[in-house]
Write a protein that binds this ligand. Sequence first.
Ligand SMILES: [Zn+2]
Length: 417
Amino acid sequence: MSRGTTQQSSAPYNRRIVLDVIRRQGSVSRKEIVDAVSLSPQTVANITHDLESIGLIVSRRLKGESRGQPPIAFELNPNGGSSIGISLWPGGASAALINLVGDVVKRREVEFDARKQRQVLASMLEVVTDLGARATATARPWGVGVALPGPMAGTDISFVGPTTLEGWTDLSILDELRDQTGLHVYYSVDSVAGALGEALFGVAKGLDNFFYLHFGAGLGGTLFVNRSPYKGANSNANEIGHIPVVPDGKPCYCGNRGCLERYVSLHSLSEALDLPVIDLPDHGKETLEGMLAANDSRLLAWCRQAAEHLRDAVCTIENMLDPRTIVIGGSAPKALVARLVELARPLHKSVRGGIAQPSERILLSERQEDSPILGAAVLPIHEMLSPRFEVLLQDRRPDLQVATFLGRKPNTRAGRL
Ligand SMILES: [Zn+2]
């Protein structure tokens, strides 16, 4: 648990750690906050009063059996803030407006050819305008989070192949999105966004360390360590999909052969089944679920080989990183992922065996279909609520009232998390 500090410049940090305790625990008394953050009762009282007056939290009296004043519980105010998440895919985007506690207020799906960047920008502008209009007057969206398949620009394998935004050379349209909407824009690799979504609102809530596997058109991963995504030297860590697993295996668009995502990804499945564009949740989902229910032989054959590779991947991840659990999310239909995991059991022996129950070693996202957009929408909220020092140490400028209050960094470009 984060500890408070009494330094003069620490007010935003202390507000954030108090907010973080409330967010993580859902409903919490003032005394529980004091115990958790090591600030004086008076300081905590001042902070909760301020947070309530700015609309970020609400309080309610608990019915207690004790005499005297009933205790007060603090909770995040769902309508205290909102943000827009956009998850970009090779064939379109899923987007949503979410509130402060991760409820989807409104959802949108759009289709486009992601190779045409101007079309992508026009679609994003239309979606942001539409979703932004649904935000309440007091809660103008805190920003727009964009999740996109990695790795990002600058590497030999960026923007190549059908599981990425093929042909892109940079992310300047995100700056245009910011300029034309007037909203802060954040972006990240989809697997990082998905991991954040799970950590804030999903099955990984409360876990400090876990590994997130993003099963979408391609296969990505993110190591979450000490409540933050591990980025690597150039923020391209955990491109697990391009780890070679089959010597002289299927050629991969990255230039190598036998990469994991050539065997475990929706793109791999679409090749095996000759089905087009099943990477969009609303398209192939019913078809796939129907085929699974009917035990379609081609689909099961693909699942069996994918499960073999998934079993190996889980063993590699566990032995290398010893994560508390592996969460599988992404746009793949949950029924499909569940079948793969079922077929991958029993799991290989690893450093997690004997410590974690088999059922604890892999968790499926409960927000499978929403996890990519939820993860994207989380970026601005994470930026605002996270008690991270590196955010607070940067210069601040007058901004939204809430932003100033929480010590948000200036944002002159689309910010990568
Ligand atoms: Zn590859």
